[in-house]
Design a protein around this ligand. Structure first.
Ligand SMILES: [Zn+2]
Length: 511
């Protein structure tokens, strides 16, 4: 078989066998039976065909061996990818490939199902059949003409149907993640490149010393999500959204502004020693881990910097051992937490709980039913359809649940009498609930309203911590302003760490 025929046959085989999720996505998003729907289908098929011919020709231009090697890989791996996509209803975008690379063996084994073997067998069989087909080398010039010819033809067809560009652009990510085998090949490369960049970027910070290395202390940092200070009664909201925290001996820090209006930038900034999302230094958890602190990161969210910590647990990891009716909510992050902390042999323990808090638009799904204090609530993700009252109610209920979540941590720490402990809570950014016609968050910082910037920032400390650090004599009320730049230095201060980068002016316990 000539190389060109081989490429064509392989393309048809690929389009025929491995694109069921792709086609079902397309059919779900066009109006089947209308001329417009047919045109979308035609354009997307042309695009898919051209992409396959173009990329396979590129491989053939390198060498027929490379083309054949890739084909075998594709025929063997695509059925397995299809199995995962259909079983777990996922798509293979960059984040998913990252998740797969980060899956450990025991997790991977938990995906095992006998049905997988059928897919594996089909893949191996296909690969074997194609392996037996000899390829006759085509001349490079001929190959180039063929690859470019088809590509140009495809571009012309797309150009004529420019009315479909918007549709293609809108669905590009979803279609790309279903185009086999390119979705997982290209997204794996994208993930690895990004990882490499982040690894390279982290400059190590200078070694620190501990003033009291033998003293046990536990610091829990809770990172909130989309919680705005305006909706906390602790910050003057007329509605009682903090019924539990108000009874606790906590310190509420006034005038706290987030440095960004979206999660990734805020969390990076919160963990950076210069308080900026664009710095190149190792983030707080990595630094503490290197200085001998036991670091436990638990998350029901995403967007953290590249972490190098001993314990990294996703909510899905914790769900396995979680009991009760709160395992689908932030409380899953507390599963066995105290036991885990007590089991640590290290004197300094740093826990980060990255919550999903008040992340919209489906506020009503962020808390268990019993926390629905304010009714009626908005029950659609299209929040503009809801009345202002329903929207506020749903959002406020998420704050009531956050209040409960934080109070639960305090209660757990209080029970450990004599344990030197501290809990800090800071939200990543605020949220718009229709003010100035804005919803959610992520408005460019310079024009973002205060509700997206002003965030709750509070802490609770055990009696021993308060006494040791003489907190009674600190006038927190008169600390003029706060920000995520306080986190790094305050945590260092709490552990009584010292190094050349420590800035006591940014440590809230040392003002
Ligand atoms: Zn966020």
């Amino acid at each position: 078989m000539s190389t060109i025929k081989y490429i064509l046959s392989l393309t048809f085989l690929n389009l025929l066998l491995f694109h069921v999720p792709f086609y079902s996505y397309v059919l779900e998003h066009i109006e089947v039976g209308t001329a417009d729907g047919l045109l979308s289908l035609f354009v997307v098929m042309v695009a898919l065909f051209v992409v396959n011919i173009f990329l396979l020709s590129l491989l053939a231009l390198i060498s027929t061996k490379v083309l054949k090697g890739f084909t075998l890989f594709m025929l063997f791996s695509a059925p397995i990818a299809l199995y995962f996509m259909s079983t777990y209803n996922t798509i293979l975008d960059r984040t998913m490939m990252g998740n797969l690379f980060n899956t450990n063996t025991s997790e991977a084994l938990s995906y095992y199902h006998p049905k997988m073997f059928i897919y594996l067998f089909i893949g191996l069989l296909l690969a074997y059949i194609v392996f037996k087909i000899p390829i006759k080398k085509s001349k490079r010039v001929k190959l180039l003409k063929f690859g470019l010819g088809i590509t140009v033809m495809g571009i012309v067809i797309l150009y004529i149907n420019s009315s479909k560009w918007l549709w293609l652009d809108k669905h590009a990510k979803n279609l790309g993640a279903r185009a086999m085998p390119w979705s997982y090949v290209i997204n794996s490369i994208r993930y690895k490149l990004r990882e490499l960049k982040e690894h390279k970027k982290q400059i190590l910070l200078p070694t620190a010393t501990f003033a009291n290395p033998k003293e046990k202390i536990v610091v829990i940092l809770v990172i909130g999500e989309s919680a705005r200070a305006k909706s906390f009664s602790l910050y003057g909201y007329e509605r009682e959204t903090n019924p539990r925290l108000k009874k606790e001996d906590i310190v509420v820090l006034k005038n706290t502004k987030a440095t960004a209006t979206y999660t990734t930038a805020s969390v990076h900034s919160m963990l950076s020693y210069v308080g900026s999302s664009s710095d190149s230094y190792e983030p707080l958890p990595n630094y503490l881990q290197r200085q001998g602190v036991e670091v436990i990161w638990r998350t029901k969210n995403w967007g953290e910097p590249h972490l190098n910590v001993e314990t990294y647990q996703r909510a899905s990891d914790l769900e396995v051992s979680c009991k009760g009716d709160e395992c689908n909510y932030d409380s899953v992050l507390l599963t066995g937490l105290m036991k885990r902390i007590k089991a640590s042999k290290k004197k300094k323990v740093f826990v980060v709980l990255h919550t999903s808090g008040s992340h919209g638009p489906s506020y009503f799904e962020k808390y268990p039913k019993k926390f629905e204090l304010f009714k009626p609530v908005c029950k659609t993700v299209n929040i503009k359809e809801c009345s202002q009252e329903e929207l506020n109610n749903a959002y406020d209920n998420t704050i009531v649940y956050t209040d409960y979540f934080l109070a639960t941590i305090i209660e757990k720490l209080k029970k450990e009498q004599g344990l030197n402990s501290l809990m800090i809570y800071l939200s990543d950014h605020g949220e718009s609930l229709g003010e100035y016609g804005l919803y959610l968050h992520g408005t460019p910082y310079s024009i973002a309203p205060d509700v997206q910037k002003k965030v709750p920032f509070l802490f609770w400390a055990s009696n021993s911590f308060k006494e040791k650090r003489n907190l009674k004599n600190i006038d927190f009320e008169h600390q003029k302003e706060h920000g995520d730049y306080n986190i790094f230095h305050s945590v260092m201060g709490a552990f009584e760490m010292n190094s050349t980068i420590y800035d006591n002016k940014l440590d809230i316990f040392s003002y």
